[in-house]
Design a protein around this ligand. Structure first.
Ligand code: HSE
Length: 402
């Protein structure tokens, strides 16, 4: 029997308990052992809950119980999740987590501690919710040199952008509706400003490079400046606007990651990823492209991924599953040198100046008054910034992904 403790009985934690209970036959068979929820740590009591007698308020009970072999950390945030995870690993207890913030901040250290204490620190649920993406990168694509990852990694923003695209509505209006329906947090900043996607691409990029990609160094732009008019142009171009998180290992050996809204064409595999769904597109030098798609958030999909890690822990008691994510920081290329084509909106009166400054451009005709819109040639971020400054008025600009 494998005794499991769940830290945090919120949405994901209660989902973990539910998944283990509902699918116990399959899960126990696949684990080779019976999984037993021995403790649930939470500050609150849950009178009437079928697991109320498992609830404890003192983490010491869990830490000091040698029978507990696996811990599901579903608390979120850094503190005290970091301290609890570290202590558990130091005692040889494996930790499975959905906590992207903690993984992005302390991943290499916690992975190293797990290795030193012959246990595991697993985090499948930290990126893409229920989509298996950590395991494919870590254990399946091991014959590949992965040189590119592009993903829609945030369900909230994808829901908002999909609604804006479908209904021609404005950002604020759709955000409000998403909040009312519970798809967006009351404080949506981490999602709409791209911070959540940034942490997730930092985790995937670290696994891609085998080194530490600091999320603080990733250029991140959210979706708050995207308007209904941008979608009018996108439609005219047979494109959509998606918040993409991407990382690339370039031919010259340099590496960069970024999070920003991009206009993508109908032919792009991520074009039809709508609503709260996530998808990750991985490019390997032998395989080429592969794509992973599914529910990127939500109680049961996320809990399912946590429990898949618990099963892996049960299968590897006393052994550490290999994970390449060293402490050494990856040097990220200066984003100023990254090249893209840009979609640009300016005032109708500035048509001549736009042509003079940007040179070869493709004009975009759409039903938006008093504006002149165009697509530039490929140019670096710095070059674009300089030209935009010269032009004096850029109503909005969005990068293009082909
Ligand atoms: N806020 C996240 C999202 C939840 O919208 O994708 C899953 O990490």
């Amino acid at each position: 029997m494998i005794n499991v403790a769940v830290l945090g009985y919120g949405t994901v934690g209660s989902g973990v308990v539910e998944v283990i209970e509902k699918n116990k036959e399959e899960i126990n068979k696949k684990s080779g052992e019976k999984l037993n929820i021995k403790y649930i740590l939470d500050l609150r009591d849950f009178p009437g809950d079928p697991y109320e007698n498992k609830v404890v308020h003192d983490v010491e009970i869990i830490m000091n119980d040698p029978e507990v072999q696996v811990i599901c950390e579903t608390m979120g945030g850094i503190h005290p999740a970091y301290e609890f995870s570290k202590r558990a690993l130091l005692m040889g207890k494996s930790v499975c987590t959905s906590n992207k913030e903690l993984v992005a901040n302390h991943g290499p250290e916690l992975i190293r501690l797990a290795k030193e204490h012959k246990c595991n620190y697993l985090f499948e649920a930290s990126v893409g919710g229920g989509i298996p993406i950590i395991r494919p990168i870590n254990y399946s694509l091991t014959a590949e040199k992965i040189d590119g990852i592009t993903g829609i990694l945030n369900g909230t923003t994808n829901y908002i952008l999909s609604k804006m695209a479908a209904e021609g509505a404005g950002f604020e209006e759709v955000l409000k509706e998403a909040q009312e329906k519970g798809y967006a947090e009351r404080n949506p900043e981490a999602d709409v400003e791209g911070h959540d996607a940034c942490r997730k691409i930092a985790i995937l990029s670290s696994l891609m490079t085998g080194k530490n990609v600091k999320y603080e160094d990733i250029y991140t732009e959210g979706i708050t400046k995207i308007t209904a008019a941008d979608f009018v142009y996108a439609r005219a171009l047979e494109r959509s606007i998606k918040l993409l998180a991407m990382s690339r290992e370039c031919e010259d050996g340099s590496f960069y990651a970024m999070v920003a809204p991009f206009m993508i064409p109908v032919s792009h595999p991520l074009y039809s990823v709508s609503g709260v769904f996530n998808a990750v597109f991985v490019h390997g030098n032998m395989l080429g492209d592969s794509m992973y798609y599914g529910r990127g958030a939500g109680k049961l999909p996320t809990a399912s991924a946590v429990v898949s890690d618990v099963v892996d822990c049960a299968r590897h008691i006393g052994k550490t599953i290999m994970c390449f994510w060293d402490d050494e920081d990856v040097k990220q290329a200066n984003v100023e040198h990254i090249k893209h084509r840009f979609f640009v909106r300016t005032k109708a009166a500035l048509e001549k100046e736009a042509v003079d400054i940007f040179g070869l451009i493709r004009v975009v005709v759409a039903d938006v008054k008093d504006e002149y819109a165009f697509i530039t040639e490929e140019m670096s971020e710095r070059e674009f910034k300089e030209k935009a400054q010269k032009l004096g008025c850029v109503i909005n600009r969005i990068r293009l992904e082909s």
